[in-house]
Write a protein that binds this ligand. Sequence first.
Ligand code: SF4
Length: 347
Amino acid sequence: QETAALTSRKDEHQSINLSPEPGEASGPNPDCTVAKRQKQDKRTPMEKFGLTYLSVTHLSRQVWCEQQVVYGMEMPQIEKLRAELPIVKAGSSLHLARELEVHDIVAVNVTSREDSWAIKLLNLLSAIQVLQTGGIVREMPVFGELDGLFLVGIIDELRYNSKGELELCEFKTRSQRSFPGAAQRKSHHLQVRVYKCLFEAMIRGEVDKGILLRHLRLRTEQPFGSEVSEHAEKMGFTVHKFGDLLDLVLLNLTYSEIPQIDTLMIEYCYQADRSAIGAEAVCFQEEWLRRELANCFSFWKGQREAEGVDIEEAWKCCSCDFVDICDWRQRKAEELTQKYKAIQSRG
Ligand code: SF4
């Protein structure tokens, strides 16, 4: 089995447009606080950051600290530096090693946004075939609209357990040989629960072609570049333009006989020696997910300003790249000082 990787466009996590809008400064104006900038800018964060969709990774990071996500988008150069950290690189290479255990990766040169999405769709077609025959798939693309926003993600692994039930497994690497704390686990739980929602809507045939095209601004008549056409043909699909491939995928999803996901698992692995730390089974909890997503989405829809961490979780700031410039943290510290002074003056 083969899966394709893009060679000239960026992947899921990077495909969000982080470039500043025309006429906008490339970084934040140091004379203007984040709170002031947010109030002055009437665009929703989706519009401001030029996003056509959100990645599931961004949602799980948002649950950790929303303000950190905003800073990351305003200062993409810092995010890029983060990707170069040894701990991040080690995590990526372990993921790649796992992916290579179940399929080969071939590089395909793409020439348009439709080509990039065609690669995702071809990988999805391949995953559908494998799942229908009881096999294991890794790095499976999922997408769909939830509450008016389009989400895109990649499931680490789908497999059948000994009872023949479908199991989703998210693979996390750790620099310490221990399970993460509750805050980190909360963001992991959100991630796997969103994946289950997206995946099941897809196999129920609920992905609407018009909605997908509108959100992603893709052209059905766009012909594929030569390498994408060749790759599709090698896989046994004769498709020449994006709309044909999309129809084929939606049809395959609707009429596939893939079951719903029964179990959500998160497997933790120790980076240093690649040994397993352990696995956690996560229950679905639809109500919890609905609440968390409503809160996340209200920010992206521009219904409220970005929030940083609560005082009780200020420990997160110690490992944050933006700790020295964070307005939220500064405001919280001032509020706390005021409260302390008020208590002292009363006493
Ligand atoms: Fe969030 Fe704290 Fe970082 Fe500010 S310093 S972005 S509140 S984690």
